[in-house]
Design a protein around this ligand. Structure first.
Ligand code: SAH
Length: 256
C-alpha cells in the first residue's frame, strides 16, 4: 500500500562537476543497489564516457536516464529540500546533519511529496561555498578527522544505504529483507481507545498502588507508540486487557 509515486522517486542524487567518469558510473551502481534511480549531473567534465559505463555495470539504465544541467541551481530548482554532502566542516552558517538524520529527513520530506536532492561535490575540491549556500543543510559522514575525504562514489553509497534503511523503515519493514507489513499502523483514535482501556485496567488491577498514574502511562504510551502496532495487534492487546479487567472484577467479588 504505497503512495504513488514511491518516495524514492522524489529523491535525486546530484553530482556536481565530477572529474572522473568512472565515479559517475560507480555512483549510479551505488544508487541502483539501494533502489534509487534519479541521477542528475551538473557540468560533468567527461560524460558520456566508456569508464562510466564500465563502472556502472548493471546500472547502465541509471546513467542513461541521468539529467544534465549547467549549474546546481538548475538541477535543484524544483526541490523543497537540498542537502549538500561535504568532506570537511566549512565555516558557513549551515545546519550540519549526520547521514542517518539526513536520510530520515529526506525520506520524510519525499513522503510528503517534496522533491529532495542530495548533492555531492568535485573529487578535488568538493562543493564551492556558493553551491553550499543553495543547500538547506550540510551532511558530513563522520569519517576519521585525519583523513575524512571518501571517494565520491563511496560517499554516495553511504548516503544511498542510509536512504535505503530510512525508506524500508518508512515502508514498515523491520529490517532489510523482512516482508512488508500487511496492515497499516493503527489510527490515532484506535491507539487512544487502547490507552484509555489500558489506564482503566491498570486501575482495576491496582498497578499504581497509590502512585500517580501519569508517569507509568507516559512511559507505556511512548513504548506502544514506538512499536506502531497495526489495528489487528491493537485489537489483540485490547482482548488481553478485557480479560484482565474481567479477572479483576472476579477478584473483587463482583463477578461478571
Ligand atoms: N577534497 C574534497 C573532497 C571531495 S570528495 C573536499 O575537501 O571537499 C567528493 C565529494 O564526496 C565531496 O564533495 C562530498 O560530496 C563527498 N564526500 C566525501 N567525503 C565525505 C564525507 N566524509 N562526508 C560527506 N560527504 C563526503
Amino acid at each position: 500500500m504505497q503512495a504513488t509515486p514511491h518516495p524514492a522517486q522524489r529523491i535525486r542524487i546530484v553530482l556536481v562537476g565530477t572529474q572522473h567518469p568512472g565515479n559517475i558510473g560507480a555512483a549510479a551502481r551505488a544508487m541502483k543497489t539501494m533502489g534509487l534511480a534519479r541521477l542528475a549531473l551538473v557540468a560533468p567534465q567527461r560524460f558520456p564516457h566508456a569508464d562510466a559505463e564500465a563502472m556502472a555495470a548493471g546500472a547502465a539504465d541509471v546513467l542513461e536516464g541521468a539529467e544534465r544541467h549547467d549549474d546546481l541551481a538548475a538541477a535543484v530548482a524544483d526541490c523543497g529540500l537540498v542537502l549538500g554532502c561535504t568532506a570537511r566542516d566549512r565555516r558557513i552558517a549551515l545546519e550540519q546533519q549526520a547521514p542517518r538524520e539526513a536520510a530520515a529527513r529526506a525520506v520524510e520530506a519525499a513522503g510528503e511529496a517534496i522533491e529532495v536532492a542530495l548533492v555531492f561535490g568535485r573529487e578535488r575540491t568538493g562543493l564551492e561555498n556558493a553551491e553550499l549556500q543553495l543547500c538547506h543543510a550540510a551532511v558530513h559522514i563522520p569519517a576519521d578527522p585525519g583523513y575524512s575525504s571518501l571517494n565520491l562514489a563511496a560517499a554516495v553509497q553511504v548516503l544511498a544505504y542510509e536512504l535505503r534503511l530510512a525508506l524500508l523503515a518508512r515502508a514498515g519493514t523491520v529490517a532489510a529483507g523482512a516482508a512488508p507489513r500487511a496492515e497499516p499502523p493503527a489510527s490515532h483514535a484506535e491507539m487512544e481507545g487502547f490507552f484509555a482501556q489500558l489506564a482503566e485496567t491498570l486501575d482495576a488491577i491496582d498497578f499504581h498502588k497509590g502512585r500517580t498514574p501519569e508517569a507509568a502511562m507516559h512511559k507505556l504510551r511512548r513504548l506502544f507508540l514506538r512499536c506502531r502496532p497495526d489495528a489487528r495487534e491493537v485489537r489483540l492487546l485490547r482482548g488481553v486487557l478485557a480479560d484482565a479487567q474481567r479477572m479483576a472484577r472476579l477478584a473483587d467479588g463482583r463477578g461478571e
